[in-house]
Structure formats: C-alpha cells, structure tokens
Design a protein around this ligand. Structure first.
Ligand SMILES: Cc1cc2nc3c(=O)[nH]c(=O)nc-3n(C[C@H](O)[C@H](O)[C@H](O)COP(=O)(O)OP(=O)(O)OC[C@H]3O[C@@H](n4cnc5c(N)ncnc54)[C@H](O)[C@@H]3O)c2cc1C
Length: 455
C-alpha cells in the first residue's frame, strides 16, 4: 500500500490500540481527588496537592507540614514513583527560563518547565538542547529524575547535560549543587527519582540552534540489525521500530542540515484511516498476520522532514499506552531484540505496537541506566486499555538474561536485591538519601522496595 510512512504507522498503531477512553490526568491543587498518571496504570489519593509559586513557598510548606511528600512532574512515568497518600507537590507554577550565559551556552530553568517549552524559550537567546526524548510533555525535573534519554550513541541522557541544580531537602534546606560544590550529591541528584528532595532549578548545557533532517524508511529487521552499529555511528540519531509478527522494521535516521524547513505531519484523519487497517489485523490470530503486515510494510514509502531541532526530535503521542524499557550492554542489544521478537512470535502474543531499539551513550551518574558504558535501550508497548502484564511478564525475563537495567520511569518488577547487582552505586545513593531525609518523608512503597527499606 503506497502513501504510508513511519509517522503514519506509529500514529495509526496508537489509534488502533486505543479506542477505549483513558482516565483524565488530574492537575488540580484541590485535595481529596485521586491522582492518575498519563497512561492510567498508576493512581493514588493524596491527602493534599500543593503547587508552590516560589521556592520560598515550598520551603515554608516543607517546614510547616508533616508526613509523606512526593514531587510530581507531568505524570508521564509508568512506574509507581509518584503515588502517595501524603502530600503531592506539583511544580507547574514554577516554570520558565530564569537566566542564561551566552559564553558557556548554559541556561537555568525553573524545574517545572515542560521540555516542550524549552525550544521556544532557548531559540531567542541563541541556544538549543542537544537532544530530546520521544515526546516533550515531561517537566525538566521529572524527566531528569528518571534519566530520561533520547536516541544516539553520541548523546547522554538529559541528566548528563545538567551543570547545576537546586534542591530543597525534607527539612526545607536549600542546596546549590554542581560538579565543584557537593559533587557526590550532584552525581546522585541529577537522576534522583524524587527521593533526595525537590528540585527547583536546573542549569543545562546547551548548544547553538540547529536544524535536523529526518529520514524514514522500511527495511528487513535482520538487515538493519546486521549494520546497526555502523548506522548508529554514521548518523546523529539512528533507531528502529521492529514490527511485531513481521520481518520488517521502520527505520529512522536524523542528521544536521541547512536545508529549508519542510515538515509535513500526518493528519488525524490519516492516522485514523491507518488505525482502521490495523484494527482489521486484530481480527486475525497473531500467527496469521505476518503476510499481511509484510505486504503493508513493503509498500511503505520513504519519507523526509526538515525542521528546527526540537520539532524533529520530539513526537506527539496523543493515544495512551503502557511501556517497559530495559537497556542492555550494547554488544548484547541485537541478540536480546531477536529473542524478544522470536518470543512474541512463538507465544503468538496479541500485540500490534512496534518495539523500539536505540543506542545511548554511557555516563557516570549513580542511578543512570547508562552508568558505566553505552547501552542499547529496547522498549515494548501495550495499548493502555489492555492488560499489559501478561505481555510484559513474558518478555521481562529475557531482559534479565542480558543484564538489562529497567528504565526507572517505565514498568518493571525489580526490587532492591536485583537492582543492587545492576547498579554499583545504589548503596551510596541509599546512604545519601538516609542522611538527607532520615525520617523518609520522600519515600513511597515503590521507593522502599527499590531501596530495600521495610514498610
Ligand atoms: C508517551 C511517553 C513517551 C516517553 N518517551 C520516553 C523516551 O523517549 N525516553 C525516555 O527515557 N523516557 C521516555 N518516557 C518516560 C518519561 O520520560 C519519564 O518517565 C519521565 O520521568 C516523566 O517525566 P514527568 O515530568 O512526567 O515526571 P513524573 O513522571 O511526574 O515523575 C518522575 C519522577 O520525577 C520526580 N520528580 C518530578 N518533579 C520533581 C522535582 N521537582 N524534584 C524532584 N523530583 C521530581 C517524581 O517524584 C518521580 O520520581 C516516556 C513516557 C511517555 C508517557
């Protein structure tokens, strides 16, 4: 079928899988209402919601209240990092560009700034972010707290571009942290899971504004995998979306360009039409879908788009899903992916969402999924109105075989013992957390499991 592109496929996949309504994400400051995350798989009933308008108000709040506190960003994590029956602190009112330095090309943002606002705020001051994740609805503090990353063997997670931050501790103390000033806390707090305190300001290392050209095409998954290392090094960003129950993958390469802007987006009608095609596959048993999907994939036309960097790097994902992502050592990436695809096929798992396979540069942040070396991140998705657990339960042990580390913000079932062997600095993080917050105000059930603290 001609006229279909990678963008239409991904938009259509979501439409096909997500016809049922999802629960609204609450953003109110009123107490008593339940809180839900983006996909609706996490919820809680906080005793209050507090949205400080300034750091002073936040300090005052922490000094004059008792009980558990959890900071929330945009609620885009799939794991239960946020749920609390204590106080939920929302930094939506603490957003925007605070200051910048043209010589160092750094800019300081209030921590509640959405990633999607950063591009427009940075452009007039001659700066742009190096990279972005797949979407840009997250807050800067929320995204960096889980070491959120984009694609690219040459690029760190967003946390890796932090050059300084401000943290308000459980007792209301304000700490200014950077590589020189409390370097241990700096390495812990740049990806701190909201467990060390509430981040109020973040200074980012940026670069001059630039344009990107994305190229999309379809290729046999095995062929892409054979040359993946080469391609990942040849392009600024390179990733693939293997189509389950097929032999093909959608491929995406992004490079810098000076070509004129030309960025056609699929219309909602096109996405809906493609969603309907995909719905028709769902009527077939998974084992019978391959010829159909292969046929459709072979007809997909290559496409291109050029735009300013932040408009190419981030996508819009209006339809909800749940996701599991593990990162494995780069040399194990292809084999791990092959085993996942073979398991989906062998077990005839009824899923239409493509997988995502990308490389990310190693770093030395204590809790970064990429600490200690470059890794391949592999994601699996399930539409939000389906029970994701049977699918994720079938795949998660494959990640464990390859020393996979779960993304902190995505679904996983690992607890303290297993995480300790994957993260050499987890014990240091736990000690630092105990020093900063001895009464455990910033803990919830999930963090207790991660840190091995009895409830
Ligand atoms: C559609 C979709 C696409 C995604 N794509 C990617 C991707 O491409 N790459 C990737 O790596 N991840 C991706 N994610 C995961 C997402 O980026 C992370 O889960 C991220 O942490 C969510 O940010 P948030 O602002 O919603 O924070 P939340 O989910 O609200 O919170 C995340 C963590 O940050 C803490 N936190 C929030 N604000 C503060 C603060 N001010 N101070 C201290 N701690 C704070 C919270 O307590 C929590 O521990 C995606 C998620 C979705 C839903």
């Amino acid at each position: 079928m001609t006229g279909w592109s990678r963008r239409r496929w991904l938009a259509g996949t979501a439409t096909a899988g997500l016809l049922a309504a999802t629960r609204p994400v609450s953003a109110t400051s009123q107490g008593g209402l339940p809180w839900y995350n983006w996909s609706g798989n996490q919820s809680s009933q906080p005793i209050s919601r507090f949205a400080p308008g300034s750091e002073d108000e936040l300090v005052q709040f922490l000094r004059t209240t008792n009980g558990a506190v959890r900071p929330v960003g945009a609620g885009h994590s799939f794991s239960p990092l946020v749920p609390t029956d204590g106080h939920l602190v929302v930094l939506d009112r603490m957003a925007g560009l605070l200051e910048h330095n043209s010589e160092t090309v750094q800019a300081t943002f209030a921590a509640g700034t959405r990633l999607g606002s950063c591009g427009a705020l940075l452009d007039p001051i001659g700066q742009a972010m190096f990279n972005l994740p797949d979407i840009d609805r997250q807050t800067l503090a929320g995204a960096t707290s889980t070491a959120t990353h984009g694609t690219g063997i040459g690029f760190n997670t967003l946390s890796g571009y932090i050059t300084g931050l401000r943290l308000v501790t459980a007792t209301g103390e304000v700490l200014d942290i950077d590589a020189e000033n409390n370097s241990a806390l700096f390495d812990a707090a740049r990806a701190g899971l909201g467990a060390l305190g509430i981040v109020t300001q973040i200074r980012m290392q940026n670069r001059t504004p630039y344009r990107l050209k994305e190229q999309n095409w379809v290729e046999r998954t095995e062929t892409v995998l054979e040359h993946f290392d080469e391609s990942a090094r040849a392009h600024r960003h390179f990733e693939m979306f293997p189509l389950v129950h097929s032999d093909y993958a959608l491929v995406l390469a992004i490079d810098e360009t000076i070509e004129p802007i030309n960025n056609p987006r699929p219309s909602p009608e096109e996405a809906a039409a493609f969603g309907q095609v995909m719905q028709s596959w769902l009527a077939l048993p998974p084992g019978k879908r391959k010829p159909l999907i292969n046929g459709l994939a072979e007809g997909i036309e290559p496409s291109e788009a050029v735009d300013v960097s932040h408009k190419i790097l981030a996508n819009v994902r209006n339809n909800r899903f749940n996701e599991m992502e593990y990162s494995v050592p780069i040399e194990a990436g292809a084999q791990c992916l092959r085993e996942i695809l073979a398991t989906i096929e062998r077990q005839a798992i009824d899923v239409v969402f493509p997988l995502e396979f990308r490389y990310i540069k190693g770093d030395d942040l204590w809790l970064s999924m990429f600490s200690g070396g470059d890794r391949a991140a592999i994601s699996i998705h399930r539409a939000a109105d389906f029970d994701y657990r049977p699918y994720f339960d079938a795949i998660e042990p494959i990640f464990w075989k390859y020393d996979g580390r779960p993304h902190w913000g995505k679904c996983h079932t690992l607890e303290h013992a297993a995480l300790s062997s994957l993260y050499p600095r987890l014990a240091d993080f736990i000690n630092l957390r105990a020093e900063l917050d001895p009464s455990g105000r910033f803990l919830n059930d999930h963090l207790r499991k991660i840190f091995g603290i009895a409830s």
